[in-house]
Design a binder for this molecule. Structure first.
Ligand code: SF4
Length: 330
């Protein structure tokens, strides 16, 4: 009997935001649309960590918000354990409990007037847990995220960034979710603290049987935590591959440029950094053909008119017309 390992399926997902909500622009047909996410399809297996990386403005956080139900898609579908998810307001209590979220700025995600214990208890309170069960679970959670019990009476301004992120993680796992969406969970922290939080996340994944969608703006952070990496640019997925394959042998020029920005990636010295020309184009008016062509060092004439299909390369997929050549060139 085959066992379906897929936990989350994202199928042809798109999200557009109007740039001007006025009645007049609607009537005159002059309203523009910011294409934050364009036709994204991805799946995540149970117990897997899929990292989603790309520059700021590439659509990563919008995609996270579509998964958690904070945004409604313009097109496409998100399925969790085979069931289509609606928006957050129409999701059942069970579905809401199944997907937890950790945000980038731990202090900003905590109410400054609420103590640590109360903050961790909030999701359980909202889910209607009894007082006794909540108290018991808070003790358990503080232990799980390595926070001493005397932290329970502290307020967010009495916590370091790392301690605040531990509280945010405890809240996110309070209802025993199956999937955690981690939106840049370490990018606001010092490098030494980043490593501790990443270790904590790996430990929790093991102990609590969690699946992660891990969002980061650079590849450096995800190398040790991700099983697979999806690279996003201007709302589209450029490449998805197992982490080792993607780091050792990328098959998309955009991935190559991101990797070249990591100084320590090659033993014995600096990479030759690929400096991309120009700023990313506006997602209101994305380029024709391959959306990366205005900055791609390998672009050819056809790239300006033909949208690349997904090419299977080894165990990954790349949306570049020359994916096989890029892969073979490493
Ligand atoms: Fe560059 Fe063309 Fe490949 Fe796009 S399709 S990444 S422009 S070479």
């Amino acid at each position: 009997m085959s066992v379906d390992r897929t936990l989350l399926e994202i199928d042809g997902l798109s999200k557009e935001f109007p740039t001007d909500d006025s009645f007049l622009s609607g009537v005159l047909g002059t309203r523009g649309y910011l294409k934050a996410v364009q036709d994204v399809s991805l799946s995540i297996d149970k117990g897997e960590t899929l990292a989603l990386v790309g520059e700021s403005g590439s659509g990563k956080s919008t995609l996270a918000n579509l998964v958690t139900g904070l945004h409604e898609p313009t097109a496409g579908d998100v399925r969790f354990e085979g069931e289509s998810l609606e928006t957050a307001t129409s999701r059942t209590q069970d579905t809401l409990a199944d997907i937890g979220m950790v945000f980038q700025n731990p202090k900003g995600s905590l109410d400054p007037r609420v103590t640590v214990r109360k903050a961790i208890k909030e999701p359980m309170h909202a889910a209607g847990w009894s007082r006794e069960r909540r108290e018991e679970r808070v003790d358990e959670l503080m232990d799980i995220v390595d926070l001493q019990s005397n932290f329970g009476s502290r307020y967010p301004n009495e916590l370091s960034g790392g301690q605040a992120q531990r509280v945010a993680i405890a809240r996110a796992v309070a209802l025993d979710p199956k999937l955690l969406v981690l939106d840049e969970p370490v990018s606001a922290l010092d490098v030494s603290v980043q490593a501790k939080i990443l270790n904590l996340l790996m430990k929790l994944q093991d102990e609590l049987d969690l699946t992660y969608l891990f969002i980061a703006h650079d590849l450096n952070v995800v190398e040790h935590i991700a099983d697979r990496v999806a690279v996003m640019y201007l709302g589209k997925i450029m490449e998805v591959a197992p982490t080792e394959q993607l780091f050792e042998n990328p098959s998309h020029p955009y991935t190559e440029s991101l990797l070249s920005a990591i100084p320590e990636i090659t033993p014995g010295g600096q990479n030759d950094r690929i400096v991309l020309q120009e700023d990313p184009p506006s997602p209101v008016n994305p380029p024709s053909g391959c959306v990366f062509h205005t900055r791609c060092p390998a672009a050819e004439e056809r790239c300006t008119r033909e949208v690349p299909d997904g090419h299977e390369v080894d165990d990954g997929e790349s949306r570049c017309h020359f994916a096989e050549e890029v892969y073979a060139s490493e």
